[in-house]
Design a protein around this ligand. Structure first.
Ligand SMILES: [Mn+2]
Length: 430
């Protein structure tokens, strides 16, 4: 791992939060992700499933966590199964977690090699009444491959048809959405690495630079700061490319006078950051670009103030829609008739701002969170309004990551990343 070891107290607390919401005599199992094949013997880099990472800190393939708080014997209440390692295996496959090291990282005392998993589970199942299966219920997920978790669930349910079944996912969604202070520190570190990347490219961008050269500068800065790289596929979209919302080609030249929309964030220790900035290729915004930019910035700042405990995600989006509508009227992009005649299901402002304003952020960039429950302190949200105007050849999005506070305005994890026009222009021209 490139990141500094995380205090295992975090994972101990996280497991407690999960088990305290389990029904009596329930047993929960969490699997790692597969290592995904490409072809021949090549694979994609390993990315740990965020749930087992959240509960253990074990950042290794084929690890399995079993939680059984009512198990009759104390050493059965939490067990971590790991792929066997020893000095010989270490030479061939590189360093893997030993039992001692696994305890240091996770705080789990009972670590068992994977080959004893089936046998151990069989015994535990004779004591348990309810199995907690970990399905993926994320509101944006579309999964076409069968994950390691899904394969396990199939086999588990088939082998133990007399057990009741409960879902782990709603518990995980709820507990993962409210962050511990250790997690906020890790997300702050990811944001700080993103800031370094952004400051680097402010000094790098000039007319005729290629979008992928900007991507490379970010990548360079991320990797030298202990990040594995981008938290999600970066968008480096100059000119009209900004109006393709999921533009990830990043292969065009940046022309003088155009804007570049950057939606880029570093990961750190599997935690995301998610930033958007829009900067001028030539180091100066035109009058029109600046007017639209400041409208987006005002919406961002006013929307942020609405992120307080008790706010409902759906109602928040209605309020942000009103803020945006008034800015679009001010810019002359909408007129009064457009608003009076608007379709309530697709309001007029959506012509220029067609995506959501905020999502939970954390271990996943679009993180867990039950959107129908009111917002709470220590939830982390993005705030990312945009105005996209294909006929004027540019689109602007500005995005910060903020933490909801128990009182007052949210805390901005990206407070040090330049966003005011004056600051961006002065750095670009220094
Ligand atoms: Mn985002």
């Amino acid at each position: 791992m490139k990141y500094h070891q995380i205090d295992r107290d975090l994972f101990i607390k996280n497991r407690k939060k999960f088990t305290s919401q389990m029904k009596p005599n329930g047993i929960a199992v969490f699997n790692s992700n597969d290592i995904y094949p490409v072809s021949a013997d090549s694979t994609l880099p390993f990315a740990q499933h965020r749930d087992i990472f959240y509960l253990t800190g074990a950042d290794q393939e084929e690890s399995i966590l079993v939680l059984f708080p009512d198990a009759p014997y104390e050493n059965q209440r939490e067990i971590l199964f790991l792929k066997e390692t020893n000095d010989h295996i270490a030479v061939w496959e590189g360093e893997k977690l030993t039992k001692e090291r696994a305890f240091e990282v996770t705080g789990i005392k009972n670590v068992i090699w994977l080959q004893d998993f089936d046998k151990t589970l069989k015994e535990l199942m004779t004591y348990a009444d309810t199995m907690y299966i970990n399905t993926n219920e994320h509101y944006r997920a579309t999964i076409e491959t069968e994950t390691r978790e899904a394969r396990f669930i199939k086999k588990w349910k088939e082998n133990y048809p007399a057990h009741k079944v409960e879902k782990s996912n709603p518990i995980m969604q709820r507990i993962r959405s409210v962050k511990e202070s250790e997690e906020l520190d890790l997300i702050q570190q990811a944001c700080d690495i993103t800031e370094k990347g952004f400051r680097r490219i402010l000094n790098f961008v000039k007319p005729n630079v290629m979008e992928y050269e900007i991507e490379a500068e970010f990548s360079h800065e991320f990797l030298r700061n202990r990040s594995k790289g981008f938290a999600y596929t970066p968008i480096i979209a100059s000119g009209n490319n900004a109006n393709v919302l999921h533009y990830i080609e990043n292969n065009q030249q940046c022309n003088a006078g155009d804007l570049i929309l950057l939606d880029v964030g570093a990961e750190y220790a599997n935690y995301s950051s998610d930033m958007s900035r829009t900067i001028p290729v030539s180091g100066k915004y035109s009058e029109r670009q600046a007017a639209v930019y400041n409208a987006v910035l005002r919406v961002k700042n006013d929307a942020t103030k609405l992120l307080v405990p008790g706010t409902l995600w759906k109602e928040y989006h209605v309020e942000v829609g009103k803020l945006m509508t008034s800015e679009l009227l001010g810019l002359g992009l909408l007129d009064k008739a457009d608003v009076q005649n608007e379709n309530k299901d697709w309001p007029a402002y959506k012509k220029y701002f067609m995506h959501g304003t905020s999502h939970h952020m954390g271990l996943d960039t679009h993180d867990y969170g039950l959107l129908y429950e009111p917002m709470q302190a220590n939830m982390v949200f993005t705030v990312e309004p945009g105005i996209y105007i294909p006929k004027e050849g540019f689109g602007i999005r500005l995005e910060d990551d903020v933490v909801i506070q128990s009182k007052g305005e949210p805390f901005n994890l990206m407070r040090n990343i330049p966003i005011e026009i004056d600051e961006i222009e002065s750095i670009m021209n220094s």
